[in-house]
Write a protein that binds this ligand. Structure first.
Ligand code: ANZ
Ligand code: ZN
Length: 856
């Protein structure tokens, strides 16, 4: 080894001390307010938002992943010239805080703030670029005041109402739940099976927006995960069909009464095949019909049993159906036939009209029910190749009233025994459907309708730790809104929760006077579902200190919609649907212009333990972020999180991958330091580079371009791989080429590219190298994302394999843009020796890859 090379080795690369570097830069960023939101209207904006956390304790790996993804996006966007809004706050109301307070005999706010403090510490330690000036908690009166204000605006618009109907009461949480919060028949929070209880509750009229919430899912195509859009669409559940009026028959079973019972059906074409009529167990009409009759005991038994089963389960196609006869009949409007009225547990009170025409021939559930209870199965729709079709195709009267099928005819078919509609094609959206609806309409017996599965949002909760509903009940005036100037209705913070105090029993809170008539009145003691607080927090971030309004129009016009929203798939319906609803309501109130709040949605995958199990406290397999930050540093942790898998995929926590990320960070650290020797900023003149320099420059540009594209697609793992390739090429360069033979501008450009492309992921590491090794001023955050050059990325020469009769005999390096003839000639020259004395029959050139010479 020559002396010069030894001198190179003698250069001492400073040790990579993650802890020291990270704490130093975190302090500096904070002192310089580096992440304060820019407000330069001449620049394009980017609003990057991670779903804000519930402060239940310290952050876990799921949070760390969520925020690391958002942070990398926000930092890169800023370097690419955007004004970036990247805020954070806390979804701070909710039951866990209240339950913890009860258990430990403290205040919910104390528990909450302690957790927030810890979480914020960890966020700082992770180096997230949040604008902490904009931080708020939903339990701050300055925030929830505006939630109450929005409630009152919605009340004025007729979007809030109170109703007494059976609701989902969770015995675990001791409060009611919204439909969206009953997931697979269980409470989303505690897993208890909710009971139906008739209670007076407050609702937001989300159903007014059902059609728009469905239609606008189209705007999100390609921007939201397909499955999230599908889940929302199913949840909204639009069905086109008809309402048809049946007449209740008198006790004799034939004489029509004045009572009409209306059904909702998606298959009016099957009207001639109605074999029975169904009411749900909760139906007051059913109770009335059986009252005092021999049928009443069985009815009451069925009703009691049905109350114990969730509505999702009751509708399950696999579940055995239960029913009882009421002793009464309805008259089919289309042919005057009486149909027995049964009560069945698979019929729900709150869908459609709460009454069903039973057509076992066309509906599998009705079919199962008819089989079980020996009811008619009248064939009114057949496939053409069915012998029954031949027999009945011209039959208009209902002659055959029972068939021995083993399942219903759910496919499309042709109507038989169906009066004037016989012979028409039947099925959902068929000509028969249209014809029958028209016919019913003319006779005033039915009409076309649209049904939604979506129900109004039940927002009242019988719990303390939430935003108080700003209403007062007066015995004379009814429900009266709290005047705007009296907002906020403040939550008292001196309740003795441990002793069982509740708002409903706390006189200093509820005793008040009526704003209308001045008489003594009672404040509503329910609080709002915490999902109301999370439905508009992203708007408040645009203007968090506003004391006049929830936010100014100007501020939301600048920042909305959120460009990149990142969070877990568990919110596919709940939070995302409610936020879409709030956005549309606030738009209609003239407060914002956008129709949809979240332009792009990324649902990050889960972080599981090394065996692929979900991390949970009870299983004891939680890997806390501190267990990685302490030994390796935040940058290694951030790199590992983004490198292990693409953001939307689940991954198993992998110690080896973390160690690997740490090895890479150190290697890149070393390579940048070595490149920095004798490096000089300036334009690289590719023409003057030697072969080694040219190759490094080509790899840097090619991989830099790839890294940029992958960043734009949020494919951080492959973006990192691209930087690794630059680092490998640079490492080879510094090993092979002695310092004094290196090109100073090339060395600088490559080192600077590595530092800048990795800086959104490893920001502390990057700032240290940027200033100490590359002698730049200030943080890389203020530097521009590097530009890469397409033409410099292209390889100007390619290596081509030369085959003789299919066997590789040599290689030739040739200009990438050489013509086929030039390539053929070069190939022949390369293997001239082997061709000596042979006759060349044919030369096949496969562009850029190989040449095959057929010679004998
Ligand atoms: C007669 C019929 C015949 C039906 C047939 C289907 C097939 P979707 O598509 O989900 O909207 N239905 C109506 N109200 C109901 C309730 N409250 N509880 C349980 N089931 C109810 O479902 C609409 C169909 O579900 C309706 O169309 C009705 O059964 C049933 F060959 O009416 B159909
Ligand atoms: Zn009053």
């Amino acid at each position: 080894m020559c002396d010069d090379a030894k001198k190179t080795d003698a250069f001492e690369v400073p040790a990579y001390d993650a802890e020291a570097i990270e704490t130093k830069w975190q302090a500096r960023w904070e002192a310089e307010e580096l992440y304060k939101t820019d407000e330069d209207p001449s620049k394009p904006k980017k609003y990057v938002l991670e779903m804000f956390p519930y402060p239940s304790g310290d952050l876990h790996m799921g949070h760390a992943r969520n925020y690391t993804i958002g942070d990398a996006m926000a930092r890169q966007a800023r370097m690419r010239g955007f004004d970036v809004l990247h805020p954070i706050g806390f979804d701070a109301f909710g039951l866990p805080a209240e339950n913890a307070a009860i258990k430990h005999n403290t205040q919910a706010s104390v528990w909450t703030h302690k957790n927030i403090e810890q979480a914020v510490k960890t966020m700082h330690r992770m180096g997230f670029s949040y604008d902490y000036d904009r931080m708020f908690n939903t339990c701050d009166p300055e925030y929830y005041k505006w939630g109450q204000w929005i409630f009152l605006k919605m009340w004025e618009k007729g979007l809030v109402y109170r109703d007494t109907s059976p609701v989902n009461w969770c015995p675990g949480c001791q409060t009611v739940l919204a439909n969206e919060q009953v997931v697979d028949g269980k409470c989303w929070r505690c897993g208890s099976i909710p009971e139906k209880r008739p209670l007076s509750q407050w609702y937001f009229k989300i159903t007014d927006y059902a059609q728009e919430l469905l239609d606008d899912l189209k705007l999100l195509e390609g921007k939201w995960p397909e499955r999230v859009r599908a889940m929302q669409s199913n949840w909204i559940g639009r069905s086109e069909g008809a309402e048809i009026d049946f007449t209740l028959a008198d006790v004799d079973g034939v004489t029509p009464t004045d009572t009409k019972i209306t059904v909702f059906t998606t298959r009016p074409d099957t009207l001639f095949g109605v074999s029975f009529f169904l009411l749900p167990p909760e139906s007051p009409l059913a109770a009335e019909l059986v009252a005092g009759t021999e049928y009443e005991p069985a009815f009451l038994e069925l009703k009691a049993a049905a109350e114990k089963v969730s509505s999702v389960d009751r509708q399950g196609s696999e579940r055995e159906k239960h029913g009882v006869f009421t002793g009464r009949y309805v008259i089919n409007p289309v042919n005057g036939r009486p149909a027995p009225i049964w009560v069945a547990d698979y019929v729900l009170m709150d869908y459609g009209t709460g009454a069903v025409m039973g057509v076992p021939c066309g509906d599998q559930r009705d079919f199962d029910f008819a089989k079980k209870y020996g009811l008619e199965i009248a064939p009114i729709i057949c496939e053409k190749d069915d012998p029954l079709y031949e027999e009945l195709k011209d039959e208009r009267e209902l002659r055959v009233t029972s068939v021995d099928w083993d399942h219903a005819m759910v496919a499309e078919g042709y109507l038989v025994q169906s009066g004037p509609f016989t012979g028409m094609k039947g099925g959902k959206h068929s000509e028969a459907v249209d014809a029958i609806i028209k016919w019913l309409g003319e006779k005033g017996l039915g009409r076309k309708t649209v049904q939604f599965r979506l129900r109004d949002w039940l927002i009242s909760r019988q719990r303390y730790w939430g935003n108080p509903i700003p209403m007062i009940h007066c015995d004379c005036c009814g429900d009266v809104p709290v005047p705007y100037e009296d907002l906020p209705v403040t939550l008292p913070d001196n309740l003795d929760l441990g002793a069982g105090d509740t708002l409903a029993e706390y006189a200093p809170f509820y005793e008040t006077t009526c704003p209308k008539c001045g008489r003594p009145a009672k404040r509503i003691t329910d609080t709002m579902d915490t999902f109301t607080c999370s439905s508009w927090y992203y708007l408040r971030y645009c203007d968090p200190h506003n004391t006049e309004l929830p936010f100014s129009k100007e501020a939301v016009d600048r920042w909305m919609p959120v460009d990149n929203y990142i969070g877990g798939i568990e919110h596919a319906i709940l939070h995302l649907l409610y936020s879409r609803f709030f956005t549309k309501v606030l738009r209609d109130l003239g407060m914002i212009d956008c129709d949809e709040p979240f332009e792009n949605l990324l649902c990050q995958g889960m972080v599981k333990d090394a065996n692929g199990d979900t991390m949970s406290k009870s299983k004891g397999n939680v890997v806390p972020p501190s267990s990685v930050i302490e030994p390796y540093g935040a940058d290694t942790m951030r790199l590992a999180i983004l490198f292990i898998a693409p953001p939307e995929k689940d991954f198993n926590w992998d110690e080896e991958a973390v160690a690997g990320a740490n090895r890479f960070i150190k290697r890149a650290w070393r390579v940048v330091w070595l490149l920095s020797q004798g490096a000089a900023a300036g334009a690289v003149d590719a023409g003057t580079l030697d072969a080694a320099g040219k190759e490094l420059w080509r790899v840097t540009n090619a991989m830099g371009l790839k890294c940029t594209v992958d960043f734009d697609r949020c494919q951080f793992n492959t973006a990192i791989s691209a930087v690794m390739e630059i680092t490998n090429a640079a490492s080879k360069y510094v090993n092979d080429v002695p310092v004094e033979q290196r090109d100073p501008t090339l060395s600088f450009a490559v080192a600077s590219a590595i530092v800048r492309t990795l800086s959104p992921i490893c920001p502390h590491w990057a700032d240290e190298l940027w200033t100490a090794a590359l002698h730049q001023e200030g943080s890389v955050y203020n530097a521009a994302w590097p530009e890469f050059d397409e033409s410099a990325a292209a390889s100007d020469e390619v290596e081509i394999a030369v085959q003789i009769k299919g066997k590789v005999r040599g290689h030739v390096t040739i200009a990438a843009d050489a013509t086929d003839d030039e390539v053929a000639a070069a190939a022949q020259a390369a293997v001239a020796e082997q061709l000596a004395g042979k006759e060349i029959k044919k030369v096949i050139v496969i562009k850029g890859r190989l040449v095959n010479i057929v010679a004998i």
